[in-house]
Design a protein. Sequence first.
Length: 277
Amino acid sequence: MQALKAKSFELRQAVLDMIRQSGGGHIGGDFSVMEILVALYHCQMNISPENMDDPNRDYFVMSKGHSVESYYAVLADKGFFPMEQVIREFSTFGSKFIGHPNNKLPGIEMNSGSLGHGLPVCVGIALANRMSGRNNRVYTVMGDGELAEGSVWEGFMAGGHYKLANLCAVIDRNGLQISGPTEQVMGHEDLAERVRSFRWHVISVNGNDLDALNQAFEEAKTVTGCPTCIIANTVKGYGGGEVMENKAAWHHHVPSEEEYRQITAELLKKKEEALHE
């Protein structure tokens, strides 16, 4: 687990390099969501380059598709494609590594990024898998700003109605979106109770804590009769230090040379702390 915690900061460095060389990307949400993706791909999901076409694999949809840089980094780390290629080609002309998930790439189930689509699609996948008698699981990660989309709540309503215990939705609750704090743009007060009202099991955790996330995912696997929603309370820009943490301006920001140097130093520090905790 120490190695995986350290890996979370290594992969943030890969994200930083992608965005720095390409001149664009959604770095704040990339950094907040990283532990969620590492927990899913390294500890929880039955998915790999070897079984990515097996109908009995677990399914994942990155609904907050603008955080694709973290998604690419984790997939590359799992061997779906070379990390060097992603960093070199991200957002370049003619590249398949575009600024939102591209299902022309191995390991990516669907194109996403038009917010509000991931959960409804995963409701359909989970229902189809259950009807086919499969025991696999379906996961999606949404942003908290994304919850302003009405289709999200249709997904919550349908997931609860069909009692999809094989479905787990994760909300990256970092409290910020492109135009400012979520509570000022479209408030989510009593979010846990709101989701519970749609007949979901709800777990709230520190979303930048791998141990807490894995415990929540394991709990979700024991739930019967309803789907699970994990509210992952994260920090936007987590791991980047004072220069970027919890700042809405870093939703979509390309670091300067000095900012790049500061963030790189902070990530190295965090990595070393993770290895020696």
